[in-house]
Write a protein that binds this ligand. Structure first.
Ligand SMILES: Cc1ncc(COP(=O)(O)O)c(C=O)c1O
Length: 447
């Protein structure tokens, strides 16, 4: 089928009516309309092809164009597209997916609550944390400590947990009870680490803190893996102060870092995991929360008067769960977790060769998520602002689509970072092509 279409009238209607995420008209004057995907590749309405350098939004883990997932969805829709999963009712895909997730997640995990996306998963996790402490007679433990540079979604509480001021500015005030600490970020904050959490717990008072929230590897905030000792120490601090540890694995889950879930890299288990994105490889919207046995017990042992009054229409959506289940089967059958580890190592090694370029300050990554932090001056690490957008434009001309980390503001100058996180099905040749394109793009854009 020829996918070439004249997109012009559609784009005019788009510009007149469609409000896009992070909308600003100046950045939407020449939008690209994608019309087809196959594996790692995307094709636009003019027939141009691009490597999907960010798995679209860090989520198309199994790659584009999987007819098998379309068929599973169609089959489930014909049989039973939707039915309520509210207490007293259930459906087979939701049950089977929950069981499968528990087989893949940390050994201490026991319960799964489904949502439709990342922010809703984090909102649910915040409520679960409050619920657990209230059930245990500690209703004062309500605060959430999150991290600067962390991204957790943009609904009201998730936005408040997100530690990037640009997202708060036009929507302030944030929800009370959210505070932020510096993350482990060796390039910018040498020596920063888990003690920042301990200080914050002591300052706020452990009897007021419900949970600590962190991405195992910061994603949208600039692909920032922690130092090796960071999460073991976080676990120890959370235990000592009776603070739940919520791992936001919305990007890092489902193979992205070369493991099914990321905290295994450092040998620890969280109390709560939030997931979304890669669970369906984005073929349908789905997310959720996986909870430990102890957290699960709080829900299972509650008297009727203290039942878990949290819900959403589409929790346990049978069609989304059926697609999720098959997607996990594909990831397993094709060895995509191992592939992410191998291709990720190749990608990082390739990008490391760009360190010699005068505007490349740092290159970092874990598995198939990598970041190139751009600077104005290598010695002072003065952040590059604006260069990232030019690099992306040059990369796009050469057939690579990606994103830079979320916008900075005058009071938050951190430097553009080009993020790279392609689908896990990527080949060696495609990895090398990404490295070549980014090298050329950075050189051209810096000139
Ligand atoms: C780590 C992380 N958490 C949460 C979210 C929010 O997910 P959603 O956009 O599905 O609400 C994202 C989205 O990029 C994310 O990267």
């Amino acid at each position: 089928m020829d996918t070439r279409t004249s997109a012009k009238p559609l784009i005019e209607t788009d510009q007149a009516h469609l409000i896009h995420p992070l909308h600003h008209p100046t950045e939407h004057q020449t939008p690209v309309m994608m019309v087809q995907g196959d594996g790692v590749m995307l094709r636009d309405a003019d027939g141009r092809e691009y490597i999907d350098g960010l798995s679209s939004l860090w989520n198309v883990n199994a790659g584009h164009g999987r007819g098998e997932l379309a068929e599973v969805a169609a089959e489930q829709m014909r049989r039973l597209a939707f039915t309520s999963a509210y207490v007293g009712l259930t459906n087979e895909p939701a049950v089977r997916l929950a069981e499968r997730l528990l087989g893949l997640a940390y050994p201490n995990m026991s319960g799964v609550y489904f949502t439709t996306g990342g922010a809703e998963s984090n909102e649910s996790a915040f409520k679960i944390a409050r619920y657990v402490w209230r059930r245990q007679g500690k209703p004062g433990k309500t605060k959430i400590i999150a991290r600067y540079h962390g991204y957790h979604g943009l609904t009201m509480a998730a936005m408040s947990a997100t530690g990037i001021p640009a997202f708060h500015r036009m929507f302030a005030p944030t929800v009370p009870g959210f505070t932020h600490v510096l993350p482990s970020y060796p390039y910018r904050y040498p020596g920063s680490g888990a003690e920042a959490l301990e200080e914050a717990i002591q300052r706020e008072g452990a009897d007021t803190v419900a949970a600590f929230l962190a991405e195992p590897v910061i994603g949208a905030g600039g692909v920032i893996p922690p130092t090796p000792d960071y999460f073991p120490r976080i676990r120890e601090i959370c235990d000592r102060h009776q603070v739940l540890f919520i791992a936001d694995e919305i990007i890092t889950g489902f193979g992205r870092t070369g493991r099914w879930f990321a905290l295994g890299h450092w040998g620890i288990e969280p109390d709560v995991v939030t997931f979304a994105k890669g669970v369906t490889s984005a073929y349908l919207p789905l997310g959720g929360v996986i909870v430990s046995r102890d957290v699960h017990r709080a829900i299972l042992d509650a008297p009727l008067t203290e039942r878990f009054m949290h819900a959403a229409t589409y929790s346990g959506h049978p069609t989304c769960c059926a697609v999720g289940l098959r997607n996990l089967e594909i990831i397993e059958r094709e060895g995509l977790v191992e592939r992410a580890a191998a291709m990720g190592a190749r990608l990082l090694a390739g990008l490391q060769t760009l360190r010699d370029l005068p505007r490349v300050g740092d290159v970092r990554g874990l598995g198939l998520m990598c970041g190139i932090e751009l600077v104005d001056d290598k010695a002072t690490k003065a952040p590059a602002v604006g260069l990232g957008a030019r690099v992306l434009a040059e990369a796009r001309k050469r057939g690579l689509i990606s994103r830079i980390r979320a916008a900075q503001t005058a009071d938050y100058p951190i430097g553009d970072t080009v993020c790279v996180a392609p689908p896990l099905v990527i080949t060696e040749a495609q990895v090398d092509r990404i490295v070549d394109i980014l090298g050329e793009a950075i050189k051209t854009a810096s000139a």
